[in-house]
Write a protein that binds this ligand. Sequence first.
Ligand code: KG4
Ligand code: ZN
Length: 342
Amino acid sequence: MYILGIESSCDETAAAVMENDSRLLSNVVNTQIDIHSKYGGVVPELASRKHLEDIHPVVSEALTRAERSLDEIDIIAVTQGPGLIGSLLVGLSFAKAISLVKNIPYVGVDHMAGHLLSVFLGTEKPQFPYIALVASGGHSSIFRVTAPDDYILLGRTRDDAAGEAFDKVAKILGLGYPGGPIISSLSRKGNPEAIQFPRSWLEPESLDFSFSGIKTSVANYVKKNQVLSDAEEQNRGNEGGLIADICASFQEAVVDVLVEKTLTCALQQKIKTVVLAGGVSANLRLRQVMEERGKKKGLEVFMPPIEFSTDNAAMVALAGYYRRHDAQTTYDMDVYSRIILK
Ligand code: KG4
Ligand code: ZN
């Protein structure tokens, strides 16, 4: 069975073709970073307009690279939510149009289900059940995953998502967008113990997150210490520079909380396997600390290859495969913006 996956929930227009749940034939991701970077974040209306422009070429490219025609596609899997409404509507409307013209059934996929399954696109595949941390620009959530289409939310952020914190701190430091990759690479030159930024643990045993406090602490630190830009620091001959220390210390604090809460959840639930997913799981320090501390607690840690950590349509096609029996050819499906609580 061939599945065409379509993803347009945020600022990536993506399409992929998969054969069943095991062979990825193509994976095309067109990022809109250039458009949004000057605003320091995603501008929803610009995102929808760009999806509209890109969706056809991206889907065509995915079919071409897979050496498949639309006539060979058995089902279309499309992200239904959560995400930006205008962006989601472009992907869903496109899927409906193909479905109508070619009489191919389509299935709406939850974006979180995609992230939760993205680990199976790699070579090391975990066994069910597992505890998964999905940390992205829109979410920092911990799930218990029992089967491909069976998962419950156990913890979530009460304010900013982890990726959002990276993006906002990068903006405060004048580093550009998206903040995650920039902060993570600058952190390599910095001292993670230079500044003790606060860790927000919330109530004892809580699996929820809060990242707005640390963002404010970084802003206060920058103001109080009259921090110069990275370039100015370098010009003064400061090795690494204060900016690198701020980045490393901030990253360490966020990683600490993400790792501790996820591992606590696994121990609470008596589950031996932990999975990392979402854009922030591209962070090398997070990967390293999760693996080290997980091992010490007797847990096995799995993560997707970095290309499948950030938004892509391969994970949507995969999630669609497991929901193939729900594929439909009626056109009343709508999108949704918020995470679904099961
Ligand atoms: O999963 P994703 O591509 O899109 C959403 O569903 O939000 O995640 C994007 C987020 C951005 O906030 C970006 O700054 C963050 O993931 N990110 C990272 C890294 N690479 C991307 N955060 C920390 N370290 C990274 N290396
Ligand atoms: Zn995502």
